[in-house]
Design a protein around this ligand. Structure first.
Ligand SMILES: [Zn+2]
Length: 302
């Protein structure tokens, strides 16, 4: 299941085979494109006990592979944000676990998911580990917003970039997983180039229908009057966890509309640019989301 990142995998596999993995890697790229999947696949590949495995991947069946899958492998330490951030105590705990001798593997692997959500003290603590790596460890930072990491951290990790998958790749993957053509096409459109998202939708029809509803709302709001647009902005910014996801769908929807209508007026193209700028601001700064989106709605000219 390596849709969209075969190249990255070949590089990592070669480094792992030659025991030339760096101390720290940063997997950067959009959410749900497979960064975490690949980090875990690499851990499996390093820990796998099946010596005579064939092919490019870990066996996926031995005890070590299964323990990574369940995230209980003793040589794997993984942390993710708690209540929206990664605290210094979590980093210290990770550092402590990595400092122990490997239990059954040759090296220990640490994974920090959503690494950009590390609080400043947590980043400073991690920096010390990056400056003086101890023992045989591999640290993998995963981030969709690497610009929020301290420069001193980014400069000490080897970055590997991930990109959105093409619609064709996602559609083929879904068909391989058993979806029929119509369903695969529908899911592909709403997955926005993210294979992980597409798999979620295939497995969980409820998640998919939530996403369909978001799209239906967008189609309605594009044509709505200002008061309705403003109450929509209030509604989507009241639940900050889903705001980015909704805005990504806005971008996709407007771009699809532009592709379907190549003779669209310049004001349409400008609206897309405004939307992209607003989304960028919202994702990377602490701009007042509601004001920024109300302003966008006022100038939306489609
Ligand atoms: Zn295995």
């Amino acid at each position: 299941m390596l849709i969209g990142f075969q190249k990255q995998w070949q590089i990592l596999k070669k480094m792992a085979d030659m025991e030339k993995l760096p101390h720290a890697l940063l997997f950067s790229g959009p959410d749900k494109v497979g960064k975490k999947t690949l980090a875990l696949e690499l851990a499996k590949f390093i820990f796998c006990q099946e010596k005579n495995r064939s092919g490019d991947l870990a066996c996926g069946k031995c005890r070590a592979c299964l323990d990574v899958e369940k995230k209980i492998h003793p040589d794997l330490a993984m942390i993710l944000p708690e209540e929206g951030s990664i605290k210094i105590a979590q980093i210290r705990d990770l550092e402590w676990r990595l400092s122990l001798k490997p239990y059954s593997a040759k090296i220990k692997v640490g994974i920090i998911d959503d690494a950009h959500l590390m609080l400043p003290e947590a980043q400073n603590s991690l920096l010390k580990t990056l400056e003086e790596p101890k023992g045989k460890t591999l640290l993998i930072l995963i981030s969709s917003n690497p610009q929020m990491l301290l420069k001193t951290i980014s400069s000490r990790v080897q970055t590997m970039k991930f990109f959105l998958a093409s619609d064709t790749e996602i559609k083929e993957m879904l068909i391989n997983l058993g979806a029929d053509k119509t369903k695969a096409e529908k899911i592909t459109k709403l997955s926005l180039g993210r294979p992980g998202q597409a798999i979620d939708f295939l497995k969980d029809p409820e998640k998919f229908s939530v996403r369909e509803k978001i799209l239906a709302d967008i189609e309605k709001i594009i044509k709505a009057k200002i008061p309705e647009k403003f109450s929509y902005v209030k509604k989507i910014t009241d639940i900050p966890e889903s705001t980015n996801e909704i805005l990504d769908l806005w971008e996709r929807q407007l771009r699809d509309m532009l592709i379907a209508n190549p003779k669209a007026p310049a004001s349409f193209v400008q609206s897309i640019k405004n939307l992209e700028e607003t989304v960028y601001l919202i994702k990377t700064t602490n701009v007042n989301q509601r004001l920024a989106l109300e302003n966008l709605m006022l100038n939306l000219n489609i």
